[in-house]
Design a protein around this ligand. Structure first.
Ligand code: XLS
Ligand code: NI
Ligand code: NI
Length: 442
């Protein structure tokens, strides 16, 4: 078998914060115990097949720039898919990533008919199963690409044409079965074109009903094939469509309530999608936990000055600490994990840049885990919150929340009492505490 990453040691080792070796981890120490789990169990890192193995760096202004010998074309598409898969598993293994994620089209080429496409997927799933068996790498999630093919120009489940809806359904059935065969921990649906460009040609209510029907069928299919993984929706406000229905966690929550899918479907939160929706990453995680729909994370980062999904690798321990804090506060991952839905900059054209990107991302998340875990176990933020709401634990506060008071009754109460005391929210103090934990995380 051709080796693609010959300049890289296998596997990448943990050498500690003082190491200057660019091909070593400084913070990610897979077996280190943090609280009740090892780092590997907390973080559940996954590599995204599409950005790392299918993309050669092309953008709308120019051709590919990245050294990706497994994408050279010209051979039989199935041979090329197998070479690409060998490269991917060589990478997962050398990096020491426990999981990967894929779209159906990432791992297997389209045939000339649906039947042929399905047969290709079948064969590539066997190939993946053999690599997984050999390397011990597992599948965090699979997903069907329902946005690239021209037939999906007007959406998949929200398409005005039921024939396209059927196509999307058939593709999801196959992809979910593939995910099931590979022991996937989750199945993801990102509604890439489930939205609209203009209301002038859109029946909003009908499209939402279609999407609700589709998702209900997805849940039924999960049951009928005995798939035990979690179904996840991935919120994103726009791009490629002007308005995407799964706008943010709150919109997904309302949608799941409306179509009676609470308890069946959870969310996969992407950091850059959160910022595009005008939220902090930590907000989206907290919103998901509040609604009981937290599932998994696409770990990446936006750019403060660019208003699109730039999918950078995470580099800010401070930003990620706040997100990790909310994840831990909610109990951490069950079936979910941290998938690097992130890509290199187009100038990072050498093959080993893929390693530098993932090593940096994993170290950023590992250090954030340390800071977040220390803040949580020391209770430095939770005591501040408890104090702030302590009035609600008094007999009076409890009576109000138990529904034993009326507006009338509260008016009488106010007439008998003084102006309430005001208390500092202490925001800057709390921010300083977070900064201290970020600095000291070891
Ligand atoms: C695109 C999405 C996509 C999903 C999987 O913005 O992040 O990559 O994660 O379809
Ligand atoms: Ni994503
Ligand atoms: Ni994205």
């Amino acid at each position: 078998m051709t080796e693609f990453f010959t300049t890289v040691p296998s596997p990448i080792a943990y050498e500690g914060p003082d190491s200057d070796n660019p091909l070593a981890f400084r913070w990610y120490d897979a077996n280190r115990v943090v609280g009740d789990r090892t780092m590997a169990e907390h973080l559940r890192f996954a590599v995204a097949y599409w950005h790392s193995f299918n993309w050669d760096g092309f953008d709308i202004f120019g051709a590919g720039t990245l050294d990706r010998p497994w994408l050279t074309g010209g051979r039989h598409p199935m041979d090329e898919a197998k070479t690409k898969m060998a490269a991917a598993f060589e990478f997962f293994e050398k990096l020491g990533a426990p999981f990967f994620c894929f779209h159906d089209v990432d791992i297997s080429p389209a045939g000339s008919t649906f039947r042929e496409t399905a047969a290709n997927l079948d064969e590539m799933v066997d190939e993946a199963a053999a690599h997984m068996e050999r390397t011990g790498v597992q599948l965090l999630w699979g997903t069907a690409n329902l946005f690239s093919h021209p037939r999906f120009q007007a959406g998949a489940s929200t398409n005005p044409d039921p024939e396209v809806f059927a196509h999307a359904a058939a593709q999801v059935a196959n992809c979910m079965e593939a995910t099931h065969r590979l022991g996937g921990a989750n199945y993801v649906l990102w509604g890439g074109r489930e939205g609209y460009e203009t209301l002038l040609n859109t029946d909003l209510k009908r499209e939402l009903d279609q999407m609700g029907r589709f998702l209900t069928m997805v849940v039924e299919h999960k049951r009928s094939i005995g798939f035990k993984g979690t179904i996840l929706l991935e919120p994103k406000p726009f791009e490629p469509t002007k308005h995407q229905y799964d706008f943010d966690v709150a919109a997904c929550h309302a949608f799941l309530e409306r179509y009676d899918l609470i308890g069946e479907v959870f969310v996969n939160i992407e950091v850059n999608h959160a910022t595009l929706a005008g939220h902090d990453f930590a907000h989206e995680v907290a919103a998901a936990h509040t609604a009981g729909i937290f599932g998994s994370i696409d770990a990446n980062a936006g750019d403060d000055r660019l208003g699109w999904d730039v999918d950078r690798f995470p580099v800010s321990v401070e930003q990620m600490t706040l997100g990790m804090y909310e994840i831990l506060k909610g109990g951490g991952f069950t079936t979910g994990g941290l998938n690097f839905d992130a890509k290199l900059r187009r100038q990072s054209s050498e093959r080993d840049d893929l390693f530098h990107a993932h090593i940096g991302g994993m170290d950023t998340m590992a250090r954030s885990l340390l800071a977040a875990h220390a803040m949580l176990s020391d209770g430095v933020l939770s005591t501040a919150i408890e104090d702030r709401y302590s009035g609600w634990s008094t007999a009076f506060g409890k009576r109000v929340m138990a529904g034993k008071e009326t507006l009338d009754g509260l008016r009488d109460h106010v007439l008998e009492h003084h102006e309430p005391e005001r208390h500092s929210g202490r925001q800057e103090l709390l921010e300083n505490i977070v900064a201290r934990y970020v600095e000291r995380a070891r």
